[in-house]
Ligand binder design. Structure first.
Ligand code: VGL
Ligand code: ZN
Length: 206
């Protein structure tokens, strides 16, 4: 069967986790996280294809420090799949904190991909959960639609954007991360380390 991609434009803007809890005043605020909103709104006008991701945790999610008695946010614990940073409760499904920033233009998004909804496993990446093996389905979606050139923006540069970019490279997509449309958490130098890792993996910094 010939599976010609019908998309004339193989470029897609992948907007990562621009949600209230990652913006100032939110439960896991990324410094200046809200500043990406107007930048992303402008960018999305230039794309025929736009996809949003949404961190979407169940109450009591294991990535929450509150799910582990005696543990504090930013401590690291060992889960079955390896080390996991613990976070404040955030992006609980259906909560206001899990909603997209109210100024973000979401109308043109063709797909909203939710991730992190399984209690025992976190999902930074838009492609794989934190075991780096359980797929979210996004790679298949992009391939089936012939969307091969990914432009990543959103929050946080050093967690969900980075993991998404690295997985996308590993899966063979062309990846550009647009720096002015991202902000990082920068936990102990994690922002500089994230850029180094992304560049080493063949990500283009724009
Ligand atoms: C994120 C930490 C926990 C992110 C999500 O969107 O970067 N970071 N959950
Ligand atoms: Zn999360």
């Amino acid at each position: 069967m010939k599976t010609t991609a019908m998309s004339l434009d193989e470029r897609v803007l992948l907007i990562i986790d621009v949600q209230n809890d990652f913006c100032p005043g939110g439960a896991l605020a990324v410094p200046q996280g809200d500043e990406v909103v107007p930048v992303i709104n402008r960018l999305s006008e230039q794309f025929a294809h736009v996809i949003l991701t949404q961190d979407w945790h169940c109450p009591g999610h294991w990535s929450f420090a509150s799910s582990h008695p005696g543990k504090q946010p930013l401590q690291v614990i060992d889960l079955a799949y390896g080390p996991q940073v613990l976070w404040p409760d955030h992006c609980v499904r259906g909560s206001r904190g899990a909603e997209f920033h109210s100024d973000l233009h979401v109308e043109r998004a063709e797909l909203i991909l939710r991730k992190g909804y399984r209690r025992e496993i976190d999902s930074y990446s838009a492609f794989f959960e934190n075991d780096r093996r359980t797929p979210t389905g996004l790679a298949g979606y992009l391939r089936e639609r012939g969307l091969s050139r990914l432009f990543l923006v959103g929050l946080a540069t050093d967690y969900c954007v980075k993991y998404s970019a690295l997985d996308a490279r590993r899966l063979g997509f062309e990846v550009t991360v647009i720096e002015e449309a991202c902000r990082g958490l920068d936990v102990q130098g994690s922002l500089a380390a994230a850029w180094a890792e992304m560049l080493a993996a063949g990500v283009t910094q724009a």
